[in-house]
Design a protein around this ligand. Structure first.
Ligand SMILES: *Cc1c(COP(=O)(O)O)cnc(C)c1O
Length: 369
């Protein structure tokens, strides 16, 4: 070697120390089957249906105006959401996907050294968002049955805790919390700690005992509900989500949102989706029926599948996780492995679900051999 050291810090800008602790995001691989094998992406919990015709027309019409900035206050969408959920407009805050809103939620509550509590494993963005703001992520292990351990989460709340995420149903395990346990938890958390009910999969819930967070936040000033248009509503690529929260929180969210972050195309498509809700929910019902079919088939094959109230299933495979993910990829379906832990598989097109089920069956047979 010529004596140069590539790792030597150059004369470049000083970047924040906290970045060293942030893993670099590796995007899911696009689906690619072997030659002649169809390819499906079951790794990101997206809605497999193409946009509804009416929603697409509205988005195309909005595209004509993209030389202009969007409505910064998202007035039309805020009014539509307030009407749809029967809340004051002052309680609605819109952002660039619910991840964008979650980022603002941390910005408004937790600075360096403050703690953000959440279950683990849960939504991958939570630790990033906390670390990005210098806050300390406090990860509370799930219970044996893959659900939140609310007692342990309560015990993890300290006087440095500023925010608690409750992911209901939980991504990636699908388990949902029921009314009694969740209400007891909310009543026990100190009133100055913000509890965020992340309900990205609310529309897929069929267990009547799982409460709608909107009923829970109304008389609890420290509770906020996070929703997205990315999953049931099929607008993942347009980046729009929202929070419902009491006025001080909602106002702070508007203060910290990325200016003009939500495009007019996204705002108009979101409004059109709310107005086309009936047709969208028919599709959601079909996905729920597919979910039940996939769970029944996996159970018949001998797998243990935790009850799921979302649009995915979770298989805890431990050390065999990566092998199974590779077997699925060869069969033409990309799934989401968490190495050493388990694997999350979105419910997609019937053909995709069938390909996955066949791969699961073969894998079990090989394990049995
Ligand atoms: C997918 C998902 C979101 C939504 O993210 P967007 O930024 O709205 O696309 C939020 N929370 C959880 C738990 C999710 O799984």
């Amino acid at each position: 070697m010529s004596g140069t050291d590539d790792r030597r810090p150059g004369p470049g800008p000083r970047l924040r120390e906290t970045l060293r602790r942030l893993p670099v995001y590796v995007p899911g691989k696009p689906a690619r089957g072997a030659d002649g094998v169809p390819a499906f992406k079951l790794s990101s919990n997206e809605n497999p249906y193409p946009p509804l015709p009416g929603v697409l027309d509205v988005a195309v019409a909005a595209a004509v105006g993209f030389n202009r900035y969007p409505d910064m206050a998202c007035d039309g969408l805020v009014a539509e959401l307030a009407g749809r959920f029967d809340v004051p407009e002052s309680h609605v805050a819109v952002g660039t996907g619910s991840v964008g809103v979650a980022q603002s939620l941390i910005q408004i509550t937790a600075g360096p050294g403050d703690e953000v509590v959440f279950a683990w494993r849960s939504f991958e963005a939570y630790p990033y968002l906390a670390l990005m703001n210098g806050a300390v992520p406090v990860q509370v292990p799930l219970r044996e049955d893959e659900s939140h351990d609310l007692d342990a989460m309560l015990a993890a709340v300290t006087d440095r805790t500023r925010l608690v995420f409750v992911c209901n149903p939980n991504n990636p395990t699908g388990r949902a919390l029921r009314r009694g346990e969740l209400e007891r938890f909310l009543d026990a958390v100190p009133a100055d700690v913000l509890v965020v009910l992340d309900e990205a999969y609310r529309e897929f819930v069929r267990d009547p005992e799982v409460p709608d967070g909107i009923g829970l936040y109304r008389d609890r000033p420290n509770v906020c509900v996070l929703r997205t248009f990315s999953k049931a509503y099929g607008l993942a690529g347009l980046r729009v989500g929202f929070a419902l929260a009491h006025e001080p929180v909602a106002t702070a969210l508007r203060q910290t949102a990325v200016p003009f972050g939500v495009s007019q195309l996204a705002q108009d498509a979101a409004i059109a989706s709310l107005r086309a809700e009936e047709a969208l929910l028919v599709r959601v019902a079909a996905l729920v029926a597919e979910r039940e079919r996939v769970v029944a088939a996996l159970t018949a094959q001998g797998w243990t599948v935790p009850d799921t109230q979302a649009n995915f299933v979770w298989l805890r495979l431990g050390g065999r996780t990566t092998d199974f993910a590779e077997a699925c990829a060869e069969a033409g379906v990309t799934v989401r492995p968490f190495a050493g832990e388990g694997l999350r598989v979105s419910i997609g097109e019937t053909e995709a679900n069938d390909l996955f089920l066949r791969a699961a069956e073969r894998f079990r047979e090989e394990l049995a051999d």
